[in-house]
Ligand binder design. Structure first.
Ligand SMILES: [Fe+2]
Ligand SMILES: [Fe+2]
Length: 254
């Protein structure tokens, strides 16, 4: 299954070189192996709660899938990307697709919707990178925007452990913890890439990060771009600024 994932979603090693100096931190695993066997009758969640969390779960499912859109955008946008970045992108893309598969399975179970139907629904949503293009002009900005997104996602998923623990087999809690660990690694990998290859641009970080936060709070609606999708109730100004501060302080701590 792991080899299958590598082959299907991450391209060849020509596209994603693996012999780079930069070794992204990553642990391969499979959502299907962990939660693929769970059946509907093992889920004991109140129907009111199931209805309440529907929109949030759908947003999570879509955002995870949208890493595919992000990678395809980068591929076609003619932005110069280093081999270090591509090594990071390789494991990142694999992880995000694995997260998508997990959310798809959970959503299918909770709402009795076949996964084949969900695939069509996810893929038919409009994708538009144009409004955020100026935040993705070069590799440094791309790394920073991914880092911002990943730290916000890490905090959000970590806040949901209790929910995942409450409604069924213990593998669901294991699953969200694995996902959260991956997101933390993604944040770390992007920041380490910046530290390795863009030291001279660290002074630009605070202003750019404030701009990302402003966009999340007041910018345009989300259109399948993976990044800047923080419009759920969890993402208050306070939370987003906490994420921003983690990034701003990252290099002063080392
Ligand atoms: Fe993810
Ligand atoms: Fe991630």
């Amino acid at each position: 299954m792991k080899d299958h994932l590598e082959h299907l979603f991450c391209g060849s090693t020509d596209i994603y070189p693996t012999d780079t100096q930069f070794q992204p931190k990553s642990i391969p695993w499979s959502s299907y192996e962990l939660i693929g066997q769970i059946q509907k009758n093992e889920i004991y969640l109140d129907p009111t709660i199931i209805a309440e969390v529907k929109d949030g779960l759908w947003n999570d499912l879509c955002s995870e899938y949208d890493a595919e859109n992000f990678c395809n955008y980068l591929k076609n946008a003619n932005i110069k990307l280093s081999n270090d970045f591509k090594a990071f992108e390789h494991v990142w893309r694999r992880d995000e697709f694995n997260h998508y598969l997990g959310f798809r399975r959970i959503y299918s179970l909770l709402y009795d919707i076949p996964e084949d139907y969900l695939i069509k629904e996810v893929e038919r949503r409009p994708v538009n990178f144009e409004p955020i293009q100026f935040m993705l002009e070069d590799e440094f900005k791309i790394c920073l925007l991914i880092a911002y997104d990943e730290i916000a996602t890490t905090k959000n998923y970590a806040s949901e452990y209790e929910f995942y623990n409450s409604f069924g087999p213990s593998n669901l809690l294991r699953w969200i913890k694995n996902v959260t660990r991956d997101e933390a690694y993604h944040f770390n990998n992007s920041m380490e890439l910046i530290g390795k290859n863009f030291r001279n641009r660290i002074p630009e970080i605070p202003e750019l990060v404030d701009h990302f936060i402003d966009w999340d709070l007041h910018g345009e609606a989300y259109h399948g771009t993976f990044v800047l999708d923080h419009d759920g109730p969890y993402f208050t100004s306070e939370v987003l600024n906490m994420c921003g501060n983690t990034i701003k302080n990252y290099f002063s701590r080392r």
